[in-house]
Write a protein that binds this ligand. Structure first.
Ligand code: PLP
Length: 382
């Protein structure tokens, strides 16, 4: 099986599983217990992982809160901020092509009486600064714009958008969902003034079921107050109660450490594979159209349309040997709202594919995929 659906999830790096193993076996202490070595070891491992995540983002370790996934981080920030600051404003701004964990949370908040503006994106899937500027109101409390899109790979200019918001509307909070970009592009929160960021380990060769949230420290070194989703034993300084999942946290920490150390190498590998794939596809399908931004994009993620071909039929025909997708794994039963938002019609959406690469793929596998993809398309067209 050649796995080309790495925006859905990545394989675990063997170094990550190796680092996790002791915490699934002999080191089973609860990091919140006190005074004995087994607990201290667990606590030490958690704090070391926190430092690796912070280092990947260029922030302070105490600005990182562990959660169970990016979906939880997104829910936590959106619900937690608007609930805590409900007397300051009830207007939220996001974009039309966010992940469902943002869009469905916004829908839920609308049912509670909050107002949400869903910004249009341009033909490449980017939020333009002017569009954001025009949407900000007196009662806006939170802006949430994704760093990179999971279906088309387009990157937003988060630095520009966040700088504008923090300079001109300092009372408005800025959140970004960076789940798809970590380890693939540089994310330096000492330069990009977002207040909150969500991430997930399983998109960067880490385990499923663990994520994190960055919460920027503000004046006097205090972190922004957020109403928690989970109340209980006050773990994570009360932001997120629940016994910490030490083995998963260690896995996330290791994945972050590797992502930081290998960023350039990883980027180069993904870009080279992508170049090879794009040129082979262009050669074989003269009428192919690539979706998303041609340059400001996540390395290794491509989305393309081949007119007249049914994507589902092709993916099913290839399924035992190749894993590719029609788009997001989280909205697989509906036509892609992301592709519709950038102007594709229903027929084009049904003829579109996402191929997302990882660091273990080699050039022969890309060739092999292209040959089989072409064969399958030709067979189904007869
Ligand atoms: N945000 C984006 C952009 C994603 O691509 C995903 C997963 O596909 C998520 C959030 C949700 O991540 P998780 O699976 O960790 O909840």
């Amino acid at each position: 099986m050649i796995y080309l659906d790495n925006s859905a999830t990545t394989p675990i790096d063997p170094e990550v599983s190796k680092a996790m193993w002791p915490y699934l076996t002999e080191e089973y202490g609860n990091p919140s217990s006190k005074y004995y070595t087994l607990a201290e070891n667990a606590k030490k491992a958690v704090e070391e992982a926190r430092s690796h995540v912070a280092s990947l983002l260029s922030c302070q370790p105490d600005e990182i809160i562990f959660t169970s996934c990016a979906t939880e981080s997104n829910n936590f920030v959106l619900k937690g901020i608007v609930h805590y600051y409900k007397n300051k404003g009830k207007h939220i701004i996001t974009s039309k092509i966010e992940h469902k964990s943002i869009l469905e949370t916004c829908k839920f908040l609308e049912s509670e009486g909050y107002e949400v503006t869903y910004l249009d994106v341009d033909q490449y899937g980017q939020v333009q600064l002017e569009t954001l500027k025009n949407a900000i109101r007196e009662d806006t409390i939170l802006v949430s714009i994704m760093w990179g899109n999971n279906e088309i790979g387009t990157l937003n200019n988060i630095e520009e958008l966040a700088k504008y918001v923090k300079e001109h509307h300092p009372h408005v909070f800025f959140h970004t969902d960076a789940t798809q970009v970590l380890g693939k592009i540089e994310v330096d929160l000492s330069k990009v003034p977002v207040d909150f960021l969500s991430l997930s380990a399983h998109k960067m060769y880490g385990p499923k079921g663990i994520g994190a949230c960055f919460i920027r420290k503000r004046e006097l070194g205090l972190r922004t107050k957020i109403t928690p989703l989970l109340h209980g034993g006050n773990q994570e300084d009360g932001y997120r109660s629940g016994t910490l999942s030490v083995h998963n946290i260690v896995g996330l920490g290791k994945a972050a450490e590797i992502a930081k150390a290998n960023l350039k190498e990883h980027q180069t590998k993904l870009l080279e594979l992508e170049k090879q794939l794009v040129s082979a596809l262009k050669e074989n399908f003269p009428n192919i159209k690539f979706n998303g931004h041609p340059k400001q994009k996540i390395p290794g993620v491509i989305n393309f349309t081949i007119p007249g071909i049914n994507n589902e039929l092709i993916i099913r025909s290839l399924k035992d040997e190749f894993a590719i997708s029609t788009g997001s794994a989280c909205s697989i039963n509906e036509p892609s709202y992301v592709l519709s938002a950038i102007g594709l019609n229903v027929m084009e959406v049904k003829s579109s594919f996402r191929v997302s690469l990882n660091k273990y793929i080699d050039y022969n596998e890309i060739n092999n995929f292209c040959i089989n993809f072409k064969k399958t398309v030709e067979n189904l067209m007869i």
